[in-house]
Design a protein around this ligand. Structure first.
Ligand SMILES: NC(=O)c1ccc[n+]([C@@H]2O[C@H](COP(=O)([O-])OP(=O)(O)OC[C@H]3O[C@@H](n4cnc5c(N)ncnc54)[C@H](O)[C@@H]3O)[C@@H](O)[C@H]2O)c1
Length: 367
C-alpha cells in the first residue's frame, strides 16, 4: 500500500493506493474517524454498483457508518445532469441524511463528479469520500476537488471546488474495467509524463505490455506517481487561479472540441485527449517551442497503448474544430490559451496563439 497527501489550500487529505484496500482492516481504520456514527450515502452507477457496492458498504458499516443502500445512477456521461443531482437530493432526504452525513462516490469520474456536487451542496455541504474505480478517476478526477455536472450547452458547466476527506484507491477494481476505459485512463497517464515527468514517460515506454495486461504492481507505482503529480499541482493552485493547474489541460481544449463534434459518442474523453495531445505537440513544433521529434515519440507511446493519434471517425473541417475550441471554459476574453510542450516533462501555457498555426495542427490530424 502507498499513501500520500494532498495539501490543498482549503483542506489537506490523504490518498491511499493498494490492491485489496477496501477489503482490508486498514480501510476500516482510515474510515472510522471520518464516518463513525454518521449516516452514509454511497453513490454509484449501474455497472459498478453490482460489482463493488456490497464491499464498500461492508467497510463503511465496519467503520461505524450507518449505511443506507447505495443510490444507483445510470452509467455514462448522460447521467451527469442537474436532474440526477436533484434525484439524489430527494434520496438523501428520504434517507434522513443530515449535515454530519458522508456522501461516498463509488465509480468512475461520472459518479465521482456527481456525488461530489451533491456532497458540496446538500445541506450546504456534507462529508465527501472518493472511492474511484476507473483508471481515469484514480489518476485524475478523484483528486483535486473539481465536482459538477454538464448542461445541454456543454460539459462541466455547473460545479464547485469541494475536496474529499480521503481518496481510497483499490487497484483490484481495475480488473473489471473494460479495455477501452483502461486505455482512456492511460491517455491521462501519458499526459502526466509529458507535462511534468520525463522519467514517468520513459517508464511508460518501457512497460506498455504490462499496462495493457492489467499488471497491478505496475499500476500501484504508476497511479501513485500520477496522484503525487496531481497533488503537487492542486497544492500550488487549487482553484485554477495562478494558471499552474491549467497544465493539466494539455490536449484537452482540442480533445473536448473533438468529443463535442462527435456528439460525445464517437470519441470518449481519453480518446479525444490522445488526439488533442498530438495536435498540441504538432503546434508546439510549428511555433518553434518543441523539438521536431517530440510528436513522433508521444505518438509512439500512445499507439503502443492502443490509442489513436489521428481523428478518423468522420471528416471534420479544421475551422469547425477551432470554432468549437473557442467554447472551452479555458478561453479568456475570447483568446485561446493552450498548454504546449517544450520537451517531454515540461509544458508552457501559451496565450493568444496564432490561428493559422492552430488550424494547421488540427488539419494535420483530421479532415
Ligand atoms: N473532476 C475532475 O477533476 C475530472 C477530471 C477528469 C475527468 N472528469 C470527468 O470524469 C468523467 C469521465 O470519467 P470516467 O472515464 O471514469 O467515466 P465513467 O464514470 O462514465 O466510467 C467509464 C465507464 O467505466 C465503467 N466503470 C468504471 N469503473 C469500472 C470498474 N472498475 N469495472 C467495470 N466498469 C467500470 C463505468 O460504469 C462507465 O461505464 C467525465 O465526466 C469527465 O468530465 C472529471
Amino acid at each position: 500500500m502507498k499513501s500520500l497527501n494532498v495539501h490543498a489550500e482549503s483542506h489537506c487529505y490523504p490518498i491511499i493506493v493498494g490492491a485489496g484496500l477496501l477489503d482490508s482492516a486498514e480501510a476500516v481504520n482510515l474510515l472510522k474517524p471520518l464516518i463513525d456514527n454518521r449516516k452514509c450515502m454511497v453513490v454509484s452507477d449501474s455497472n459498478v454498483a453490482p460489482l463493488y457496492a456490497a464491499l464498500v458498504s461492508s467497510a463503511l458499516v465496519k467503520a461505524g457508518g450507518h449505511c443506507a443502500e447505495t443510490a444507483i445512477i445510470d452509467a455514462g456521461e448522460s447521467s451527469k445532469t442537474l436532474n440526477t443531482v436533484e434525484g439524489l437530493y430527494h434520496e438523501a432526504v428520504a434517507r434522513c441524511l443530515d449535515r454530519r452525513a458522508a456522501v461516498v462516490a463509488l465509480g468512475g469520474g461520472v459518479p465521482g463528479d456527481i456525488a461530489g456536487f451533491v456532497a458540496a451542496t446538500f445541506m450546504r455541504g456534507t462529508r465527501f469520500i472518493q472511492v474511484p474505480t476507473s483508471l481515469l478517476a484514480m489518476v485524475d478526477s478523484s483528486v483535486g476537488g473539481k465536482v459538477g455536472v454538464d448542461l445541454p450547452e456543454g460539459k462541466n458547466l455547473v460545479g464547485a471546488f469541494y475536496q474529499p476527506e480521503i481518496v481510497l484507491i483499490d487497484l483490484n477494481f481495475l480488473k473489471t474495467l473494460p479495455k477501452r476505459e483502461l486505455r482512456c485512463g492511460l491517455a491521462e497517464v501519458v499526459k502526466y509524463g509529458v507535462i511534468l515527468d520525463a522519467e514517468l514517460f520513459s517508464r511508460l515506454e518501457d512497460c506498455t505490455a504490462g499496462l495493457l495486461d492489467y499488471d497491478l504492481e505496475l499500476y500501484e507505482e504508476v497511479v501513485t506517481q500520477c496522484c503525487h503529480l496531481k497533488a503537487i499541482i492542486v497544492g500550488e493552485d487549487e482553484r485554477e487561479q495562478s494558471g499552474r493547474r491549467a497544465v493539466l489541460n494539455y490536449g484537452h481544449t482540442f480533445g473536448h472540441a473533438l468529443e463535442a463534434l462527435g456528439g460525445y459518442t464517437a470519441l470518449s474523453h481519453g480518446e479525444g485527449v490522445a488526439i488533442g495531445m498530438g495536435m498540441a505537440a504538432d503546434l508546439a513544433v510549428t511555433l518553434g517551442l518543441a523539438p521536431a521529434e517530440l510528436p513522433a515519440r508521444q505518438d509512439a507511446l500512445l499507439s503502443a497503448l492502443g490509442l489513436a493519434t489521428r481523428y478518423t471517425v468522420s471528416s471534420l473541417a479544421p475551422a469547425q474544430v477551432l470554432q468549437m475550441m473557442y467554447r472551452d471554459k479555458k478561453v479568456e476574453s475570447g483568446k485561446l490559451r493552450l498548454v504546449l510542450p517544450r520537451r517531454i516533462g515540461e509544458v508552457e501555457l501559451v496565450a493568444d496563439v496564432d490561428e493559422e498555426a492552430v488550424l494547421k495542427a488540427i488539419g494535420g490530424r483530421c479532415g
